[in-house]
Design a protein around this ligand. Structure first.
Ligand code: BGC
Length: 722
């Protein structure tokens, strides 16, 4: 079948009114006033034209799992999906294969629930730890973000459904997200913020891209021809279609002109009608001659070119029953590899049978992920405590019962294990300092170790707060930790902090109270199993930080966050330029609490025998990694490149590649090879990409600061230009 011809024919047979309506979605379908969607709880749909054989196509979030509503009116069955670890935790695995598997599983659920396009992954950058949606983004580094997204998109799309790479671009905060104007140098935009999109588009060919809410240089991204046509299509060769973020921008005609093909979710057909109708705006512009029919048809063709690949178009008979058990195993596996061991002074693992006690209400009110469109509705979430009990670990039963009763009492009977709605207004944080000193003394008599769970949640629409209870611990949490630490350590017993958080919190002021710290992130529905298997030593942590934990918030390079004026920001200036995350900390020698790429293991790895070879336009960097300790484990090895001094400033080091070993048994060795196309070493000098001439240092690190091997290679190209 010649699909191109078909599309031409379909478009030629559309009436003008159909053409105008087709580029606008048919409204939000999970709203009580409009429960007519094909899949209840999906975020949007496109228009059906039965006469021409065009079916409705459906779009649903998001990065941590397919978000549809589990309940449907008049239907007793449940439509649950799998809750995977949040994106930041997936990135902590540094494991492309695993990301592909997660993508495949999510893609299967998309297909089997009658959805056509998954509104994920999100590749915005961790510019500031307080961004409320950081959990939905991978990393502070564009390459790590891109590589994770490439594998994920390939996995999703291998299932015959589409991915949507979002939010394009420079959307790194929630405060005033629908109007904020981002000002950023073109160099930083190209090297940091556009870069993950560019790599994903070139390598994984996502079916769709979502433009963002914000403005860039005074213009809504969804209305920017420079972004959507010049960069995305002409420079990068993007062949799919662009949709707006939900209700983004202020001019539908400008969106269509700029190259934003589909306007979502579409106000015209629903309760938002009083806020203006895109269809009416487009109709007026076509009638008045301001918008050409050719442009409109070009947008329709871009959409149809993708839609003909969708399950809906191909009348796929979806089952409504994906293999949730198999996907639970993938979610578990991804979570296990994403746990980051931040500190371990002989505190972990806890050997079988050793009695220990778990403190903190988060052990029951476990946070599986954040809120908003990145939320999920799984069949269950295994709380940290249930995981520990199910795995038969020797947690103090009296304290277990105490927490169960106490939380039930404090929540007034409305106590649900793991919930997605936890914020000041709806579910205030529970008190944590629930034990008298004498009780702690007694508990430290009969237990050999203590775990303290610290949890945080954030979500769409709101940035995090630089306050106690969010970025900082509450007085209450500190009192609990101090009390536990004093009682247990006095007797030579270990205290371990479990961080159930979606983004960095302040750690520097209290870290010394702990012997071990395990960063569990927000690990999805299998939370408790993951924790239990890591603390019990069945799983050796191999996650590494995709984002820096600063020592002090004042060290964070993004000074303008969430923008100016402070009381109601309209502009955010990315004045730190390319110096985001470790690029800043390393170049300006600001010591972080935990650096980018950092993560401990229950074993030790030794690095040796570095070879750097050039083969045409590709560099091949290989080295050995040997497991020198007593436990089987995996190691993430990172390649950082230090460029010679040249025309433009460079960060001291930049991540240019990484590999993860297989599970290495004690004594086992693996040779890893990182392949690096020479042109990926380039920097943007304000106008074009250039490769500085000279000697480059290649650093192989177990983290950005723990460099194990160093080599050099001279790079000299004809003109230095690409
Ligand atoms: C979010 C997007 C999401 C969309 C649809 C918006 O509010 O920013 O990430 O895909 O809603 O739910």
């Amino acid at each position: 079948m010649n699909k191109r011809l078909d599309i031409e024919k379909i478009v030629s047979e559309m009436t003008l009114e159909e053409k105008i309506q087709f580029v606008v979605g048919v409204g939000m379908l999970n709203h009580k006033d409009n429960p007519k969607g094909k899949v209840y709880g999906a975020a949007g749909e496109t228009m059906e034209i039965e006469r021409l054989g065009i079916p409705r196509t459906s779009y649903a979030d998001g990065p941590a799992g397919l978000r549809i509503h589990p309940d449907r009116e008049g239907d007793s069955r449940k439509y649950h999906t799998t809750a995977f670890p949040v994106e930041t935790m997936l990135a902590s695995t540094w494991n492309r294969e695993l990301l592909r598997k997660v993508g495949e599983a999510m893609g299967r659920e998309v297909a089997e629930y009658g959805i056509d396009i998954l509104l994920a992954p999100a590749v915005n950058i961790h510019r500031n730890p307080l961004c409320g949606r950081n959990f939905e983004y991978y990393s502070e580094d564009p390459l790590l973000s891109a590589e994770m997204a490439v594998a994920f998109v390939q996995g999703v799309q291998s299932q015959g459904v589409g991915a949507c790479v979002k939010h394009f671009v420079a959307n790194e905060q929630e405060t005033n997200r629908m109007t904020i104007d981002t000002v950023v140098s073109e160099r930083a935009l190209r090297e940091i913020y556009l870069r993950p999109f560019e790599i994903v588009i070139r390598k994984a060919r996502p079916w769709t891209v979502m433009s963002s809410y914000n403005k860039l240089y005074g213009k809504y991204t969804s209305q920017s021809e420079w972004l959507l046509t010049k960069i995305l299509r002409e420079e990068w060769g993007f062949e799919g279609f662009v949709m707006t973020d939900w209700f983004a921008g202020d001019d539908a005609v400008k969106q269509i002109e700029a190259g934003n093909d589909l306007i979502m979710p579409g106000r015209s057909f629903q309760y938002f009608a009083n806020r203006g109708s895109e269809v009416a705006e487009i109709r007026r512009a076509i009638e008045g001659g301001e918008l050409s029919l050719d442009v409109l048809e070009e947008r329709i063709k871009a959409i149809l070119k993708v839609l003909i690949k969708t399950p809906a178009f191909n009348s796929y008979e979806y089952s409504n029953s994906p293999d949730l058990d198999a996907h639970a195993c993938i979610s578990y596996e991804a979570g296990c590899e994403g746990v980051v061991l931040l500190k371990n002074e002989k505190a972990l693992p806890i050997t079988a049978g050793t009695p220990f006690v778990v403190f903190g209400t988060g052990q029951l009110e476990t946070i599986r992920g954040g809120t908003g469109s990145g939320e999920t509705h799984p069949r269950y979430t295994i709380s940290l405590l249930d995981g520990i009990i199910k795995r038969g670990l020797a947690a103090d039963r009296e304290v277990v019962e105490f927490y169960r009763k106490k939380i039930e009492e404090l929540r007034g009977g409305d106590y649900r294990i793991s919930y997605g709605q936890w914020n000041e207004e709806i579910r205030p944080k529970l008190p944590e300092n629930l034990f008298e000193r004498a009780e702690l003394e007694e508990l430290s008599e009969r237990n050999e170790a203590a775990l303290v769970v610290i949890s945080r949640i954030s979500g769409e629409g709101k940035d995090r707060r630089l306050e106690k209870g969010d970025y900082y611990l509450t007085d209450d949490e500190l009192e609990l930790i101090t009390g536990v630490s004093q009682a247990f350590r006095k007797k030579g017993k270990k205290v371990v902090g479990i961080l159930n958080v979606g983004s960095p919190i302040e750690v520097q002021s209290w870290i010394d109270l702990f012997d071990g710290i395990l960063l569990l992130w927000q690990p999805g529905q299998e939370a408790g199993r993951i924790l239990a298997d890591v603390i019990g030593g069945h799983v050796n942590p191999s996650g590494k930080l995709p984002t820096t934990f600063p020592n002090h918030y004042a060290d964070v390079p993004s000074r303008s966050f969430p923008g100016e004026p402070a009381d109601n920001p309209s502009v955010v200036s990315y004045d730190e330029g390319i110096y985001v995350g470790y690029r800043y900390y390393e170049t300006f020698r600001v010591e972080p609490a935990f650096e980018f790429g950092f993560g401990l293991s229950y074993t030790d790895f030794e690095y040796s025998d570095l070879k750097i070879e050039r083969d045409g336009e590709e560099l091949s960097v290989s080295f050995n990694v040997k497991n020198n300790g007593g436990a089987a484990g995996k190691e993430v090895s990172q390649l950082y490149v230090k460029a010679p001094k040249g025309k433009i400033d460079k960060p001291r080091i930049e991540l240019r590649g990484f590999e993860k070993t297989e599970l290495l048994q004690p004594g086992e060795e693996e040779r890893l090879t990182v392949r690096l196309p020479v042109d990926e070493i380039a920097s943007f000098d304000g106008y074009r990409w250039i490769i500085e001439q000279g000697d480059y240092e290649f650093l192989i690190g177990a983290s950005s600061r723990d460099i194990r091997l160093t080599g050099r290679i001279g790079l000299r190209t004809a003109g230095g230009d690409l």
